[in-house]
Write a protein that binds this ligand. Structure first.
Ligand SMILES: *Cc1c(COP(=O)(O)O)cnc(C)c1O
Length: 388
């Protein structure tokens, strides 16, 4: 079976995790601090605060952006559901905006008509690693006092106007789930250029404590901590950070390989009439976190049948990006919502295998199945079974 993704983990990650364990300090400590500094430097983001997941990062972003009950948060429905859930955690109302079909991202055109005087934040997702047009969104939102939070869960190492994704955001959230490029098993990072915001994020991820457990540990004198506000336990462990440090060192190599494989897919799949694939936007480069393919309306095989044909050929693939507003968790909040691009592309896209160790022969197998499906004549009804 060819998996849809396989994390790139080697003996270096295993050794780093083992060293963290032998050190006797396995909770958030020196390795988390080191990982944060290295991540901030690699992404040009100023300050990076490690957390237990990107979902936790998005939740904390909502809090520091001051989003609360009665506020509206504009977000794409076409995203992993954690994007929209973050607004729900703080009691805000999610207003779903449609996406632009080439990038699957929000644009100023889809967001502007939805802004009201209750809009407190926009969550701008870099879907599948494709950078969204952050500067344009900030030009729309900054003068209105609306926070733009970049959900860069998929976008570590993607670039936007020559800078790493996240570098231009007041708040950006990254994921280290194994489905993403860099992994720590579970984990996330929230970044900000503002040192005061970073300090508050550090408190919020650790129960609202004014001095971290790690800092108290190394103090010679007795330190009694104080709890300034209600916080969370969203800490990353030093075992995870040790793995993350090794992974971060491989980011350039991982991206180079993914872009090479993605170009090969783009070239092979361009032979199939009407098929569209993920590609770089005019203003940046994607890390190809997921390689999505959009089927044309006249494709002879339904999307879910194509997923089954791939599975029958020993190839694991996934439906395209989900649409949160179609899930039961959102059913009673979004009645009669019109998101035509989201609905069409969520139903007609699929994600095919792309990972560091994928071979050209395996890519050919994937393309062969899609190509055979494209040549299938539409099944005509049996005239004998038609009503007279
Ligand atoms: C994966 C993902 C998340 C959630 O990340 P976790 O680290 O699993 O919490 C959020 N938003 C987007 C767009 C994602 O792809």
């Amino acid at each position: 079976m060819i998996p849809v993704i396989r994390p790139l983990l080697g003996p270096e990650e295993a050794e780093a995790a083992a060293q963290a364990i032998s050190s006797g300090w396995i909770a958030q400590g020196p390795r988390v601090a080191e990982f944060e500094a290295a991540f901030a430097a690699a992404t040009g983001t100023g300050h990076a605060v490690a957390v237990s997941s990107c979902t936790a990062a998005l939740h904390l972003a909502m809090i520091v952006a001051g989003v609360g009950p009665g506020d509206e948060v504009v977000a794409p429905s076409m995203s992993f559901i954690a994007t929209a859930n973050a607004a729900r955690y703080v009691g805000a109302r999610v207003v779903f905006a449609d996406v632009e079909p080439d990038t699957l991202n929000l644009t100023v055109e889809t967001v502007a008509p939805l802004l009201t005087d209750r809009t407190r934040a926009v969550i701008l997702v870099d879907q599948a690693g494709v950078p969204a047009d952050l500067d344009a969104m900030r030009e729309l939102c900054d003068p209105r006092g609306i926070a733009v939070i970049e959900d860069a869960a998929c976008a570590a190492g993607s670039t936007y106007r020559g800078r790493p994704a996240g570098a231009g955001a007041a708040l950006a959230a990254f994921s280290f789930h194994p489905r993403k490029l860099l992994t720590t098993g579970e984990g996330g990072m929230i970044t900000t250029p503002d040192p005061d915001v970073a300090a508050r994020l550090r408190r919020l991820r650790e129960h609202g404590m004014n001095v971290s457990a790690a800092a108290r540990h190394v103090e010679q004198r007795v330190v009694i901590e104080r709890y300034d506000e209600v916080g969370y336990n969203y800490r990353m462990t030093d075992i995870q950070a040790a793995i993350g440090l090794v992974q971060l060192g491989r980011l350039d190599e991982i991206i180079e390989r993914r872009r090479e494989l993605a170009q090969r897919y783009q070239c092979l799949l361009s032979q199939i009439s009407g098929l569209r694939t993920i590609s770089d936007p005019s203003f940046g480069l994607t890390n190809f976190q997921s390689f999505w393919v959009a089927l044309p309306a006249d494709f002879p095989v339904a999307r879910n049948d194509l997923l089954q044909m791939l599975a029958d050929a020993g190839i694991s693939s996934r439906r395209g990006i989900m649409a949160a507003h179609l899930e039961p968790a959102y059913a009673n909040l979004v009645r009669d919502m019109q998101l035509p691009v989201t609905e069409r592309l969520s139903a007609s896209t699929l994600i095919i295998p792309l990972f560091h160790q994928l071979t050209a022969a395996e890519q050919n197998r994937v393309v062969d199945v899609i190509s055979a499906a494209s040549e299938k004549a539409a099944v005509l009804p049996d005239p004998a079974k038609l009503p007279a």
